[in-house]
Ligand binder design. Structure first.
Ligand code: ADP
Ligand code: GLC
Length: 476
């Protein structure tokens, strides 16, 4: 099938979170399965070089805010073709893909991602220009959502459209004054269109105007239809429930492979599990922790309200009365960053904190920690609990969203530790259960092997997406 993915991140080019891993992993699986896949992204600084891209087409001035060009290259480390929208006035910025170096979202994000969606719609219908026309346009999150919306408003012959919700909390809501600038007719700003609570909402446009909607786990697909998890859009999602599919993310098992991981000191697998000890020592050394056999609890996370790191901070004072080491890699909320730094200062050889983003260190945490903690308030899918299991670190997770779909408690025959209440005491109890089992080395090893045997590749998800694409094209 010919598939055009539109997204704001892809691992290898630009990554702030799991979306990037999913875009690169899913498209690689589709490409390997024989699909004709292309990914469209903004040409943020450095992307053209990383993609080894060259100029392919002039795009004129698609929204009237400056000329744009299309560059063509590949997602690094894959054979997946990547198209980059080169519009220096919108994308050539210091800072991240969404937020400037001052920590604030760019004031013109509505234009930056309206352009991405617009170019997606242009490419989807530009057969004569490109010699290629997709059968399906797959938009990821609000940043890409105007691609399907624009196609619907243009009418006429068009590909099937799918919008995937990676995180309903982020909707791309803007002042309605932006409507004339984003390339949709003003009639799209309506209750039955892109209006949400007095704002113009990019994601809602995608959800209303796409043929199919997916989200990244079956449980999250249920949760977002309730008032509690629906972030104000549960009514719409319930209304579209027949078009809504929960497809569990996979992980890229070649990029996350403990037996062949250049980022870790001692590659290992189920037959060479004892080599994990070398990785634990290396991690302890890297983070300035005492080289002991005490259990080591790891965290690799954005530091935001979603991730429940405050619950861990609430549980740790009591837990640290027993022999326990903690390794945290994360960045985000300045308050959480400074509380974590304080904790590390208070327990210098037992709590190691690295504030920042470091892909290599993240691999070393999964390879060296005994358990990984993911205490999220909500979690559409979550990838780190799957990386943890693949690397033989047992997950301690709140039972929500994709965490509930991937981690089963040891008491139910699984290899993880789950808790339900959004509460430091409940998390602390789950960690204590893990510590208790850790003391039984044989039982722990059996659980590690059980975790490492699990399969989290993309094949199943890729098949499910193919079914959704077929349904989307059938309804155009
Ligand atoms: P989310 O997308 O909500 O942040 P996921 O679990 O889906 O959560 O994906 C997070 C991704 O980002 C994982 O690949 C994880 O390893 C990575 N990650 C998060 N924080 C960091 C960090 N500080 N350094 C390196 N990688 C990180
Ligand atoms: C979002 C979600 C996360 C999910 C990721 C990839 O960032 O917060 O749960 O794993 O997208 O789909």
């Amino acid at each position: 099938m010919r598939i055009l993915h539109v997204a704001s991140e892809a691992t290898g080019l630009v990554k702030t979170g799991g979306l990037a891993d999913v875009v690169t992993g899913l498209t690689r699986a589709q490409h390997d399965a024989g699909d004709d896949v292309r990914v469209l992204l903004p040409a943020y600084p450095g992307c053209a070089q990383r993609a080894d891209a060259t100029v392919s087409h002039a795009l004129g001035d698609p929204l009237g805010f400056g000329p744009a060009r299309l560059l063509e290259g590949r997602i690094p480390g894959t054979s997946t073709p990547a198209w980059l929208v080169d519009a220096p006035s919108l994308y050539a910025r210091d800072g991240g893909p969404y937020v400037g170096s001052d920590g604030h979202p760019y004031a013109d994000n509505h234009l930056r991602f309206a352009l991405l969606g617009r170019v997606g719609a242009i490419l989807a219908t530009a057969g004569p220009l490109l010699g290629w026309e997709p059968e399906v346009v797959h938009a990821h999150d609000w940043q890409a959502a105007l691609a399907p919306a624009t196609l619907r408003w243009w009418g006429g012959a068009r590909p099937g459209t799918v919008t995937t919700i990676h995180n309903l909390r982020f909707q791309g809501r803007f002042d309605p004054a932006v409507v004339p600038e984003v390339g949709l007719p003003v009639e799209a700003y309506a209750v039955e269109g892109a209006e949400a609570y007095g704002s113009f909402c990019f994601l809602k446009a995608g959800l209303v105007y796409s043929d199919r909607i997916t989200t990244v786990s079956p449980t999250y697909a249920e949760e977002i239809q309730s008032e509690l998890g629906g972030e104000g859009l549960h009514g719409l999602l319930r209304h579209r429930k027949d078009a809504l599919h929960g497809i569990l993310n996979g992980i890229d098992e070649s990029a996350w492979n403990p037996s062949d991981d250049p980022a870790i000191e001692a590659p290992f697998d189920a037959q060479r599990l004892t080599r994990r000890a070398t990785n634990k020592r290396a991690l302890q050394r890297e983070l300035g922790l005492e080289p002991t056999d005490a259990p080591l609890l790891g965290v690799v996370s954005r530091l935001s309200d979603q991730k429940g790191i405050d619950l861990l901070l609430g549980a740790l004072p009591r837990l640290l009365q027993a022999p326990l080491q903690v390794a945290v890699l994360g960045s985000g909320d300045p308050g959480l960053e400074s509380t974590l730094r304080d904790l590390a200062r208070a327990h210098p050889r037992r709590v190691g904190v690295f504030i920042g983003y470091d892909e290599g260190l993240s691999h070393r945490v999964f390879a060296g920690a005994d358990m990984m903690c993911v205490p999220s308030r909500f979690e559409p899918c979550g990838l780190t609990q799957m990386y943890a299991m693949r690397y033989g670190a047992l997950p301690v997770v709140r039972f929500t969203g994709g965490l509930a779909d991937t981690v089963r408690d040891v008491s139910a025959g699984g290899c993880g530790f789950t808790f339900e209440d959004i509460d430091a005491g409940a998390l602390g109890h789950a960690i204590e259960r893990a510590l208790h089992l850790y003391a039984d080395r044989d039982a722990w090893t059996r659980l590690q092997l059980q975790a490492m045997r699990r399969s989290f590749g993309w094949d199943d998800a890729a098949k499910r997406y193919a079914e959704v694409y077929a349904a989307a094209t059938a309804s155009t």
